[in-house]
Structures are given as C-alpha cells and as structure tokens.
Design a protein around this ligand. Sequence first.
Ligand code: 5GP
Length: 194
Amino acid sequence: MKLLEDRIRAQGIVKAGNVLKVDCFLNHQLDVALFREMGREWKRLFADRPIDKILTIEASGIALACMAAEAFGDCPVVFAKKAQSVNVDGDVYSVKIESFTHKRVYDVFVSQKYLGPEDHVLIIDDFLANGMALEGLAEIVRLSGATLEGIGIAIEKAYQGGGKAIREKGIRVESLARIAAMDDLTGEVEFVEA
Ligand code: 5GP
C-alpha cells in the first residue's frame, strides 16, 4: 500500500536491534485518516471472505482493528488481553506469547464469551516480525473452534521469517507494507516489490 510505504519512508525511524519506530503515526500518535484507508484496503483484500469478527491484541492493534471493523460493516472487535499470569478457570482461552520488543513472555487471554465456533475471524495487528504474536492469536482462534479467515498486518518485516512460517501453514496473510531490509546506520528502508 503506497500510502503506508510513503509514510514509513518519511517518518519511520530505524533503531538498532532491528526495530522500526513508527510512533508518530501508528504506535503512539495515531493517524486515523491513514488507519481508515488501511481498513478499506484490508476489506478490499479480504472481500471474498465471510468475516464477521476481528481479533487483535492490546495495545497497538486495537485502533487498527476498529478501523478495519468499520470497513467490514461494523463487526465486533475482540482484543486479547496481556496479563502477568492467568487463572485458567475454564472461561478463557489462554496462550503464552513472547514479546519481540520487550523480550518477555506474556500470558494472553480472550474470554470464551466473545469467541466461539460460529465466528469467522480476521486477525489484525500492527507488526509481523518473528510471528510469535500471531501464532498465539491463531492458537486462540483454534482453541475457540472459530474459523480463521486470514490475517491483516500493517507492517511486515518480511526478512524475519514469521510471515513465511505462517503462510506455510496455509493461513492467508495480507500485509500492507512488506519490508525487505532496513539499516539503522543509514536509516534506509527497502520494501518488497509488489
Ligand atoms: P512477532 O511476535 O511477530 O515477533 O512481533 C510482533 C509484535 O512485536 C508486534 O505486535 C509489535 O508490537 C512488536 N514489533 C515487532 N517488531 C517491531 C518493530 O520493528 N517495531 C515496532 N514498533 N514493533 C515491533
């Protein structure tokens, strides 16, 4: 998506440790008009799928998921919550996810009230790196018995391999910007050719 790629080129900051900072429009200050366009693009890409629920993870996925939900006809958004530990008392789906940016393991959970076998789910998230967050969300969908229709990502660091591993499982992943390489010394970001 050219709009997003242009914004990353203009305002993304490549940090040491393989982290792209996009705080000024995606992770701290939010460009709602850009998010609206991103929501419409995911709707265009997944127009053939009967999506009726959007699943994401707190915190940065929530706003993106809400804009996507609007494009999909105001379907409900459910976000997985992060906790230090979860009392698995039978009324939540719970998985462990290792955070790429914070290098720690979170328990992540969704109430069974909000996800079940009747749901057709699109997962939305801000970044795809090693794929741990998405593998966890996909596992929550599997535990719930819902149908995973696909995954919509804002920025995929394609060279990290998470997307490849998830696509090899037969899950459809649509990323709006796919980074082929980035360099923290020059600040340059290269995108995968569409
Ligand atoms: P994964 O689980 O795919 O390795 O990492 C995905 C999560 O880590 C995303 O939800 C995002 O919060 C965070 N993340 C991974 N790489 C980056 C990055 O380069 N920049 C930012 N801002 N977040 C990242």
